[in-house]
Design a protein around this ligand. Sequence first.
Ligand code: FMN
Length: 191
Amino acid sequence: MKVLAINGSPRKNGNTATLLTTVLEVCEKAGLETELYQAGGRDVHGCRGCAGCRQNKGRCAIDDWINELYPKMKAADAIALGSPTYFFDISSEIKSVIDRTGYISRADGFSFSRKVAVGVSAVRRAGGITTLDSMQRFFLINDMIVPGSTYLNMSLACNPGDAEKDDEGMKTMRRLGENIVWLLEKLHETL
Ligand SMILES: Cc1cc2nc3c(=O)[nH]c(=O)nc-3n(C[C@H](O)[C@H](O)[C@H](O)COP(=O)(O)O)c2cc1C
């Protein structure tokens, strides 16, 4: 089984990357395959609403990195979205992932259905809850299954390296990883 993490921060080695890597490490130790995809820093296009994805099943009419990412999301058993909190919400890159792959997946037979999905955010001070909420609404209206952790999936962190110093944030990420593993095992043992 595979867990795909998508880093929506342009800071490749920043705090969001630390959070996602912490989750992935737990999954890897449990024997799951993992991949960290760097979305942050790529050129962002919004959904054009052209419905091209309904004709070209599984592909966006704008032929960029989203067409590389979508098949990875479709193939994954669990997806972790990571966004820095930018003005109380997700980064532009994560918004592009949500709008475009969300629309493609619905045109492609609701391909995200019953995948395990989590969102994590690095936030200096305030706005992490709305950032997490933006990602969770995406999961919940796309028929995905969302596990929790022992606190909200965020870390109070400003400069790269800060996330590692937030003990509670790190503990929350490790437990989140454990819950992804636990849930995937439960879901697959009954199939
Ligand atoms: C454009 C921009 C907007 C931001 N908005 C907020 C905000 O609304 N609230 C907050 O607490 N921090 C805000 N921050 C700080 C980041 O959330 C914080 O530095 C975070 O650790 C960045 O994660 P990263 O290292 O993965 O990029 C903002 C940073 C930038 C660059």
